[in-house]
Design a protein around this ligand. Structure first.
Ligand code: FAD
Length: 456
């Protein structure tokens, strides 16, 4: 009999761990309290991107922004847009359930918690295990402020299934989730304002790239208030008035909906962590490089360990934990995890920003290429952008690639692959890139690190 592994949580971290462990010969049980697919498939990555895709298409058509295509009275059938989104979610969650079944993973649709002596409670059942993988994900940070309970003050989950397109929306938080919802609702005609506490939106992103998107959002009519602190919300009839302080002044903006998107926090309540003495830091489960907690044979992957709160990081961690339990050699490098923002234009980054390179004292060089000189980007008419490469000055090793522009989320894997192989800018330059593609611009940016690009 193979090792008995229980996975708690069926999101990207949990289902990937369960499938990998089963493929390596374990006897796997997965407990999922809600829906397999987790946040990502049900109320995160997939439904947002489905709506963003339709929103962007509608914006282009309605504004006659596609060269040579003229429309009269373009109309957005919002219930149909919602149905399309639900159909995609249903297909993917059904697909995950089928994958689990085909790999022999037993799924129990119940909440689970840890018990001493390597036991787990799933619903009313108690299971003996050889190892447990916690993959319980995260929940929206519940920011409390005067008026936070008012009708019309919503979180990202609610924002995904509104009955109607709101006329106006204030988004509290200019991080990835806030910016993606701003892009979506701006595209479908909502008057959008963002209130961000920090001096710039998208704090971890390269400042020039975040600045480029800031300008683009403003050109598209989004009101951005940065360095602004929310003070509270008041309601009068159907209007919400959002109060905030900016540059020492008290200001107000009104809206039909207020979306609070100030981040997510690990979900750990009710798991029985305290009884096992499992350590937490700022609410996240402490793990080592193999995702082991301090309790024997208890691992924690994905959002619940608070390391990199992204679906692909959760999946890679789940696979690595399963491999470690099963005696295989995991390969997971947290320094080479790409991150994307599905704004318009898109943002995609991997590795060090220029700021991080500077702060770490590395001798680096920077190359860049403006997408104004890239044929595919011009054909896409996606609002320009550029690609920036940070490389070691002596060896030419690629340390980071940061992009804003059309389809860049599809080409960031080239950058990650290059970094994973400890590739250099020369390796990129010596790789013939197909024409016309946006990826050609990566090659041009690489050329410009130590010399000149052909088209720059
Ligand atoms: P989750 O997906 O949260 O899954 C955890 C699962 O565990 C849930 O299904 C939950 O029901 C279950 N569970 C919890 N406790 C128990 C228990 N005690 N017993 C049984 N089951 C339990 N990331 C990206 O990479 N790209 C994106 O484009 C992206 N967009 C996002 C958009 C939004 C609006 C949001 C909110 C998030 C987005 N994310 C995105 C983040 C991504 O969704 C998460 O990083 C990812 O889902 C984390 O996976 P996970 O497996 O750790 O947890």
């Amino acid at each position: 009999m193979g090792k008995r592994i229980v996975v708690i949580g069926g999101g990207p971290g949990g289902y990937a761990a369960a499938i990998k462990a089963a493929q390596l010969g374990a006897q796997v049980t997965l407990a999922e309290a809600a829906q397999v697919g987790g946040t990502c498939l049900n109320v995160g990555c997939i439904p947002t991107k489905a709506l963003l895709h339709t929103g962007e298409f509608y914006r282009k058509v309605a504004m006659n922004a596609v060269a040579g295509v003229k429309t009269v009275g373009a109309f957005l059938d919002w219930p149909a847009v919602q149905q399309h989104k639900e159909k995609i979610v249903g297909k993917l969650t059904g697909g995950v359930a089928a994958l689990l079944r085909h790999n022999g993973v037993k799924v129990i649709s119940e909440s689970a918690s840890l018990l001493p002596d390597r036991k787990v409670r799933i619903g009313n059942e108690i299971l003996e295990t050889d190892a447990v993988i916690l993959a319980t994900g995260s929940v929206n940070t519940d920011l409390r402020f005067p008026g936070s309970d008012l009708y019309g003050v919503i979180d990202s989950t609610k924002a995904l299934s509104l009955d109607e397109v709101p006329k106006s929306m204030v988004i509290v938080g200019g991080g990835v989730i806030g910016v993606e919802f701003a892009t979506l609702f701006n595209a479908v005609g909502t008057k959008v304002s963002i209130i961000e506490l920090l001096p710039e939106i998208l704090p971890p992103v390269d400042v020039e790239i975040a600045g480029f998107l800031h300008e683009t959002l403003m050109e598209n009519g989004v009101q951005l208030y940065t360095g602004a602190k929310l003070t509270g919300v008041e309601k009068s009839e159907d209007v919400l008035t959002v109060g905030f302080e900016q540059n020492g002044e008290t200001r107000q903006v009104t809206a039909e909906k207020v979306l609070v998107a100030v981040g997510r926090r690990p979900r750990t309540a009710g798991l029985g962590l305290e009884a096992l003495g499992i350590k937490l830091t700022r609410g996240a489960i402490d793990v080592d490089d193999y995702f082991r907690t301090n309790a024997p044979a208890v691992y924690a992957v994905g959002d619940c360990n608070g390391r990199i709160m992204l679906a692909h990081a959760a999946m890679a961690q789940g696979v690595a934990a399963a491999e470690h339990i099963m005696g295989a050699k995991p390969h997971y490098d947290p320094k080479i995890v790409p991150s994307c923002v599905y704004s318009s234009p898109e943002i995609a980054c991997v590795g060090m920003t220029e700021k991080q390179a500077k702060e770490s004292g590395i001798d680096y060089s920077v190359g860049s290429f403006n997408l104004g000189g890239n044929g595919k980007s011009l054909i896409d008419d996606a609002g320009g952008g550029y690609i920036k490469i940070i490389a070691d000055k002596t060896l030419g090793e690629v340390l980071g690639i940061h992009m804003i522009g059309s389809r860049v989320t599809e080409i960031i894997a080239e950058a990650a692959l290059c970094m994973n192989m400890e590739g250099t800018v020369e390796d990129i330059v010596n790789t013939v890139h197909a024409h016309p593609t946006v990826s050609e611009a990566v090659c041009e940016a690489a050329m410009s690190v130590f010399g000149k690009s052909i088209h720059g």
